[in-house]
Design a protein around this ligand. Structure first.
Ligand code: NAG
Length: 142
């Protein structure tokens, strides 16, 4: 019993600061940090710069990396405007299979957005298909 408590405490400490996302891949993403967010629900404030940093292990070698971000609001999938598609501007390219990479992305959140809750799917796509996929439970507020 005590063993489990110690283990649980250890896991909790290790996970501190990391954002808990849903994996829509097969464990390629090992760590996710979102500015000002911890736990599993991220509140994003309008008119601010939002930063994400994700560590992942490449499961393919690739020259190019493409970014795809889709928000699901009330069951409707909407593309997120203003997202850059060239992932190589945010990480080291080309990518070598089996190596670990850190993807750093920053976006300024427009003030004109409505307040919404969304499940945001972020995918990195390489020459041979999906490289990494994660889903974040988020909310945009003032
Ligand atoms: C890489 O990982 C993604 C996400 O899990 C998966 O869809 C894809 O098939 C994998 N690709 C290879 C080449 O293993």
């Amino acid at each position: 019993m005590l063993k489990f408590a110690v283990l649980a405490l250890f896991v909790a400490v290790v996970a501190a600061g990391d954002f808990k996302f849903s994996d829509c891949g097969h464990g390629e993403v090992t760590k996710l940090d979102l500015s000002d967010c911890s736990g599993s629900h991220c509140v994003i404030h309008k008119g601010k710069e939002f930063k994400m940093s994700a560590d992942f292990v490449a499961n393919q070698s690739s020259e190019k990396v493409e970014i795809k971000i889709i928000a699901k609001v009330n069951g409707l999938e909407i593309p997120v405007p203003g997202v850059e598609s060239n992932g190589c501007n945010h990480m080291k390219c080309p990518v070598t299979k089996g190596q670990k990479y850190t993807f750093n992305y920053g976006i300024s959140i427009p003030k004109l957005l409505p307040n919404i809750k969304a499940l945001v799917t972020a995918k990195l796509i390489g020459d041979h298909g999906v490289l990494a996929c994660l889903i974040v439970d988020g909310e945009i507020k003032n």
